[in-house]
Design a protein around this ligand. Sequence first.
Ligand code: SF4
Length: 245
Amino acid sequence: MITQANKTHIDKIDIDDELIKIIDEKSKNVISLIQKNIEKYSSVAFANSLGAEDMVLIDLIQKNKLSVEAFSIDTGRLPPETYNLIQKVEDKYQFKIKLYFPDHQKVESYVNTNGINAFYSSVDLRKSCCAIRKVEPLNRALKDKKVWITGMRQEQSQTRFALKEEEFDETHQSQKLNPLSTWSELEVWAYIKINDVPYNTLHDQFYPSIGCAPCTRAISAGEDIRAGRWWWEDPQNKECGLHVK
Ligand code: SF4
């Protein structure tokens, strides 16, 4: 049986015909969901957080030439492995991921008032760092977008167990698609292995979920997939404000 920790190790995944069939069917569903929304709405954006799920989506979007604008948020605190991945993806698929950056005046004010690593001090300070470095750039990226796509899955954490494939996002007044909501972690990694999709090398060091460098750590066997994100906080707090209900 694949354990939580070594699930992320791509070499250990056994791919059989049944798994290939499941992934093929689920991939077709993803393409059809995105296509349906492209036909119905003119502007569809993909918030690419550069995780394993996002790599599956990038591969499906690029191979099927779906008219979707992919963007990522560079918080200024990403690990070097994530920057390397951006370059790898751009080289492989021959397109540019649009990058959004935080407002430099807000970052300066926050850091000069609270300290360079103030997010460890309290949930409020952590959330205000995420608000400045992630949420405000996301809001700008989604302005005028009628649909946005995420790589979120139900089994990622207790805050996501009821995640739907399609929902209305009140905050951004847009349709929100979570095409991989019912995919298992095994299916995500099997897709990556079958299709030779690039991925963040930190995943091979037991980082199943990767965000900013100071707020992400490796996990141990049996831990929740997102246990390494803001690990010093209560699990109920573990969202950064990007996916507000
Ligand atoms: Fe700041 Fe950490 Fe949130 Fe990144 S994840 S924006 S460093 S609090």
